[in-house]
Design a protein around this ligand. Structure first.
Ligand SMILES: [Zn+2]
Length: 279
């Protein structure tokens, strides 16, 4: 049996697979338990798990979690720990790197970007069929490029990150700062008669189009896949982004690019299962 985990900033979702068939799904809030602790519980309950695959919402180098702006880390040296203690094989990679591997396979595309908007704003890039990893394994961190000053800090330590404007956690921070009801969804803010609420939505959308245009200009993908909870919650968002992106990307890079919504239920988790073969 194998264990595949999508370790996001809000939820940890797991699938236990037997001969590639899902036999059990599990989910916990990442605020309630450390990832390592959770995996340990699963391995103790489900005997016979041989391989663990993790799509991790943070930065990972050679099996070690080196940074995690959106969650607490209870064990950085996760690969060595589980391989030594449980005799399993463990693969862990940034969640968007996993997602783009799955999207590249799904669309059979050699030049593809996956930009996901959920708790954070994440990007994975496959260029000429190769996953871009960069020095130290930390790359394509679009969410943490300087954008505008915000009145609070990002999980990475800076206070001007794009993620503060174009992500679920960033919008939540702005809601708290502006005393806006935290349960209001982005679509409600967009339609709000309240100027502060409407402005918060507009700032979000503009920051997201800025991210999309920047990604297209830098990586000139054939396909840019948008995914994540914020994208799936608003069916018209992708159309608004597509209609505005010409003002945010170098014109020639827009030729032939398709901006599409992910068709996968959980691309990071599916992509994690590809890690054994791609390294
Ligand atoms: Zn940041």
């Amino acid at each position: 049996m194998n264990l595949a985990i999508d370790a996001g900033g809000t939820n940890y979702r797991a699938e236990i697979l037997d001969n590639d068939q899902s036999v059990q799904t599990l989910c916990v809030k990442s605020a309630d338990i450390g990832l390592s602790n959770w995996i340990e519980t699963i391995l103790n309950e489900y005997h016979g798990i041989k391989t663990v695959y993790i799509a991790y919402a943070g930065q990972v180098k050679e099996g070690v979690i080196i940074s995690a702006p959106n969650q607490n880390v209870d064990n950085h040296d996760i690969k060595n720990y589980f391989e030594d203690k449980f005799g399993v094989e463990l693969f862990i990679e940034n969640d968007l790197n996993c997602a783009v591997l799955a999207e590249a396979e799904h669309f059979n595309c050699e030049n593809i970007c996956a930009l996901y908007v959920g708790t954070g704003l994440g990007l994975g890039v496959v260029s000429s069929s190769k996953l871009i990893c960069g020095h130290n394994g930390v790359t394509t961190e679009i969410g943490h490029i300087p954008y505008k000053d915000a009145p609070f800090r990002c999980g990475c330590g800076k206070s001007n990150c794009l993620e503060l404007f174009a992500s679920g956690s960033g919008v939540m921070k702005f809601k708290e700062y502006n005393s806006i009801d935290s349960s209001k969804r982005l679509t409600e803010l967009q339609e709000s008669k309240n100027a502060v609420e409407k402005k918060l939505y507009d700032e979000f959308e503009t920051a997201l189009v800025h991210a999309v245009g920047t990604v297209i200009t830098l990586f000139t993908p054939e396909i840019l896949v948008l995914g994540g909870g914020i994208i799936s919650a608003d069916e018209e968002l992708i159309q608004r982004i597509t209609s505005r992106v010409k003002d945010f990307a170098m014109p020639i890079t827009l030729q032939g690019v398709k901006i599409v919504q992910t068709q996968m239920q959980n691309a990071p988790l599916r992509g994690a299962l590809l890690l054994k073969d791609c390294r």
